[in-house]
Design a protein around this ligand. Structure first.
Ligand code: NAD
Length: 334
């Protein structure tokens, strides 16, 4: 049988490692590219049946049209979110889109908790200080999580696990979701509220929902002003859920007391790259990095052994299934 030639984009050593193992014995021929997939780089997919893309590849209509013209049949996302793909355009062009809807929601939920604990107890600052033999505690005061109120926006796979972990700290957990899970909430002592009530009542707000046209900049000047003064915000979902300019303004006034981000509005071309020898061109990211109460990781919440194993396994299975079903002409697998 002809192997499924798949052109991979934005690949890093860990992708090659896990996909190398997952494709052993599979009928998949892999072509790894370090660069991102965009309309400008799409020509590199020539001769491939499928492309395998990640969160910061940019599959707009122009990119998809080039892929379709080259004879590519399938877009296999090795991630859950698909906000970076123009799915209606893919459908029109006869390109199937598959993804990995769940690989390890625990990985992302646990990273969210790690960010909160680090930010609140200033572990990142303490680590640096102690390494320089500075054993002073000044400026390292945090707060007990016990008894605080945490608002979980989006109670899908990741939000629920995060909520359950936070309950273990003795926090009150509020939640909001257009598709609530009342039985789940009741069994964990969690209360659903509307978004505005959750914002007004929460000491910490954690985002666990997809980026959609209606959720773009859901934390903006208006909603940030409705939050409790000194609120902590956690975002491990998608950068564009938050209006960065408004967030910076709220940090400057102290309305927002702490921010932990694993995602950033303009992370494409920055996150996943070593830019340590360069001048950072993004002024908003530069400003965020100057706040002592802002903690940023570069979209690494998914990065566990279990998640990478599952991403590679499901992606290879998706490629095999799609090829045997005439490339699922224009269907999005969920
Ligand atoms: P999921 O689909 O299981 O859950 C998302 C939930 O958000 C759903 O219950 C949905 O009803 C809810 N939702 C939709 N619109 C909403 C709104 N306006 N207000 C409140 N809730 C709303 O998804 P998941 O697996 O839990 O993932 C959540 C997000 O995490 C993904 O969309 C993705 O962007 C992000 N993610 C990030 C990483 C990372 O490495 N940082 C990894 C995986 C996923």
């Amino acid at each position: 049988m002809t192997p499924i030639i798949t052109s991979f984009y934005d690949t890093k050593p860990y992708d090659r490692d896990y996909f190398g193992r997952a494709t052993l014995g599979a009928n998949v021929a892999v072509r790894y590219n370090d660069f991102r997939l965009t309309a400008e780089t799409a020509q590199s997919a020539e001769g491939a049946h499928a492309v395998c893309a990640f969160v910061n590849d940019h599959l707009d209509r122009a990119c998809l049209a080039k892929l379709a013209a080259l004879g590519v049949k399938l877009v296999a996302l090795r991630c859950a979110g698909f906000n970076n793909v123009d799915v209606p355009a893919a459908r029109e062009l006869g390109l199937a889109v598959v993804r990995v809807p769940a690989y390890s929601p625990h990985a992302v939920a646990e990273h969210t908790v790690a960010l909160l604990l680090t930010l609140n107890r200033k572990i990142h600052r303490a680590f640096n200080r102690v390494r320089e033999l500075n054993f002073s505690l000044s400026g390292l005061v945090g707060f007990d999580l016990h008894g605080k109120t945490i608002g979980i926006v989006g109670t899908g796979k990741i939000g629920r696990i995060a909520a359950e972990i936070f309950r273990g700290f003795g926090t009150n957990v509020l939640a909001c979701d257009p598709f609530p899970g009342p039985d789940w909430a009741e069994s964990h002592g969690i209360r659903y509220e509307d978004f505005d009530t959750l914002l007004a009542a929460s000491d910490i707000v954690s985002l666990h929902l997809p980026l959609l046209p209606e959720t773009h900049h859901m934390l903006n000047e208006r909603s940030l002003a409705r939050m409790k003064p000194g609120v902590f915000i956690l975002n491990t979902s998608r950068g564009k859920l938050i209006d960065t300019g408004a967030l910076i303004a709220s940090l400057k006034t102290g309305q927002v007391g702490g921010v932990a981000l694993d995602v950033y509005e303009e992370e494409q071309g920055v996150f996943f790259e070593d830019l340590s020898g360069q001048v950072l061109q993004d002024d908003e990211l530069s400003r965020l990095l100057t706040f002592p109460n802002v903690l940023i990781t570069a979209h690494q919440a998914f990065l566990t052994h279990e998640a990478l194993t599952e991403i590679a396994r499901v992606t290879v299975a998706n490629l095999a299934v799609a090829s045997t079903r005439s490339w699922l002409d224009g269907t999005l697998l969920t």
